[in-house]
Design a protein around this ligand. Sequence first.
Ligand code: URA
Length: 208
Amino acid sequence: MTLSRHDYLRAMGIDTWQLKNTSAAIPDDWDGLRREVAACTACPLHHGRSQTVFGTGNPHARLMVIGEAPGAHEDRQGEPFVGAAGQLLDAMLAAIQLSRRDVFITHLLKCHPPENHAPLPAEIAQCTPFLARQIAHVKPDLLLAVGRIAAHHLLNTQMPLDTLREKTHHYGETRIPVRVTYHPAELLRNPADKVHAFMDLQQVWRLL
Ligand code: URA
């Protein structure tokens, strides 16, 4: 039997302190978190995914953009917002002189929901602890929720998107400011709202 230093000291009547598993208190290691996400099987979405979509961009960004869930393109490429909605998101960011390298972009869910079903409450509940840890690591100055579902989760509300836009809200106990805008996929369906989204982005620029 191998005795540890702790065992020797205890046998000598010397009390020692041992570190408990304090993983919750230690700031997350980004690569470790990425590996945890990649290995997650906590909900049935893992059965249908090609890969998890952790997020992309600067892990110390001042702005974090949060969407709903990866679509089929994102599932194949492992990157958020790479389809048509993603091109529009890039254009929205470019309007305030930001690129996806400057910000960190992720979703509530890290796996693609089949048939793009709206994230179920149980899926959100299982997956968003990862998002909370990403936010705690990035410590952005501002969160931008794109779309109703991301806004509802971040702000713990069910209010309509139009009521949530044009105001600064705060996220959880950290009180990180949150702004809300349209989901780019919604803007592709209703291009008339692009002008409003552009105004939302200008507010983001002012706050940053
Ligand atoms: N919708 C999202 O919320 N994210 C994507 O990456 C694509 C579509």
